[in-house]
Each structure stands twice: as C-alpha cells, then as structure tokens.
Design a protein around this ligand. Sequence first.
Ligand code: ZN
Length: 189
Amino acid sequence: MEVLNIVKVGDPSDSILTKPAARVRDFGPTLHKLLGDMLQTLREAPGVGVAAPQVGVDLRVSVIEYPEDEEDPEHTMRVYELINPEIIKAKGLEEGQEGCLSMPGIAADVDRATFVLVRAQDRYGKEFRIKAYDWLARIFQHEIDHLQGVLMTDKAKQLYRLVELPDGKFEAVPIEETLPGRLKTKASA
Ligand code: ZN
C-alpha cells in the first residue's frame, strides 16, 4: 500500500475538491489498489476519513476508519469502504466541530444529521445499506459531501484556526467574518 499525496485547499490542483466526482463503474484491481492506498494515506495522516478527490482521483470513493461503537472500551476500529454512496435517509441535527485533511489547521462548526442511512457499493460492486449514528454519521456526511465537491467550509457556521499551545495541545481560535481568500473554497474553484 502506498501513501498518496493529499490535495489541500490552495494547491494548484485544488479544483478537484470543488466539483462532483465521477461514478465508479470498474470494480477491478485499480479500484482495489486505490482503496488500499487510501487506507494507508488515512492512517498516515492521521485521519478518520478520506475521499478519492482528496488524493487527486475523480471517483465516488471514500474510506473511513472509526470504531463502530464509541462506547466499546476496546475501541475496536472498523474500516468502511463506500463506493458510489448516497444518503437515503437522515434524521436529527447536531452542531459539532470537525476538521478536514484538505484544510490542515482549520476547524469548522457544522450542523449534521445525527443519523444517516447510506446506500453504497462494496469493492466488488455489490450494493449494501449501512446505518450510522452520531460522530460516525458526521464522518459519513463529511465524506459524501466531498464526493459532491462540497467542503466543510461551505456549510460552516463558524471557522477556527487551530493554534498550537506550548504544551502541544491545540486551541481553536475563531476566524473573523473577513476570511482570507484561500478559505473561500468556492471562489478558488
Ligand atoms: Zn474533508
């Protein structure tokens, strides 16, 4: 497995982040290599989810690694491969602060549904449905947004810059209304 370069907002190639990705039609070895590379990239970052456009690939593919049950004391991680995913049901609404591998150093308060039912295909093209609650539901929505060219900054109620403190922790400092141009992701498309 190979670690891929993550496309960041402000990169010359960042227009891939703001356009809808193409449907996957070929479920062969090229897709399987991409899925492995995306997982490796996610673990290296580290992050909880990555969408193919974030590694410069114009396909509706997302890889997520997150515990299925947050209450599980073992914190057992599960890998989700979502191909051509679609949200077919959403319920509830909750504000939460999220980050994005394509926007390092930035956090955003975004309203997300607390439950989603997603229809997707697996790596062999077989259709399945999956339910996600709370933070996992948020990750699914963030990743599926990426496949539509939608970034968290497009939906953010408030943006923050993450500032590293002397003890190595990060503090989220609100960014004022006049955002630097590079954060206006629609404009940079
Ligand atoms: Zn993201």
